[in-house]
Design a protein around this ligand. Sequence first.
Ligand SMILES: Nc1nc2c(ncn2[C@@H]2O[C@H](COP(=O)(O)OP(=O)(O)OP(=O)(O)O)[C@@H](O)[C@H]2O)c(=O)[nH]1
Ligand SMILES: [Mg+2]
Length: 216
Amino acid sequence: MAHRVDHEYDYLFKIVLIGDSGVGKSNILSRFTRNEFCLESKSTIGVEFATRTLQVDGKTVKAQIWDTAGQERYRAITSAYYRGAVGALLVYDITKRQTFDNIQRWLRELRDHADSNIVIMMAGNKSDLKHLRTVQEEDARAFAEQEGLSFLETSALEAVNIEKAFQTILTEIYQIISKKALAAQEAAVSMGPGQGRAINVADVSANPTKKNCCST
Ligand SMILES: Nc1nc2c(ncn2[C@@H]2O[C@H](COP(=O)(O)OP(=O)(O)OP(=O)(O)O)[C@@H](O)[C@H]2O)c(=O)[nH]1
Ligand SMILES: [Mg+2]
């Protein structure tokens, strides 16, 4: 029923998972949305997505998380993947240096295809494999700071920081849009009655009285 659906959530945020093949994107998604992990998961082909609804700053937020192949040859058309995304989880594998070195490439792809205001978190996954570590946590943190990204080490296997990674991204997105909505309201009030005009609160269309759909 349309009415019921209307009250299911306050906001819908599209988040994309990116990073090299094998870093654990699909398992991060399955851990977060179904609390499942698979040791022998196959490489993703094309695009998949899953959703989970949760509370963010007292609002009901539906996170729609998109997952695609890290391997170039299996990837779906890039611009469609990024369209409408308000958050990105950029994943590397702490045991594979190359996947960390490639983060620059993924950032470039985000810059080329995603909205410039997209909220980005970098995740060093497989933190359970400490004995095989090739990327030091401090190095990754310094890089993240320099690039203006949030950062966490995660383990989809042990369910460490998966919840926190998404909560952090969603909270950051929510705070940005509520600030924009507030600024728009203040601008409308300061103009006084009869002088109203449409104010574009940009990409994430925050209107506290309406449902907000950030995906297309
Ligand atoms: N030890 C450990 N293994 C993990 C973790 N996350 C994923 N893996 C394993 O890493 C392998 C690749 O995981 P996927 O989730 O399929 O990787 P992906 O990034 O989706 O790969 P593509 O779909 O090819 O881009 C699988 O064997 C997983 O079981 C983790 O946190 N710890
Ligand atoms: Mg995958």
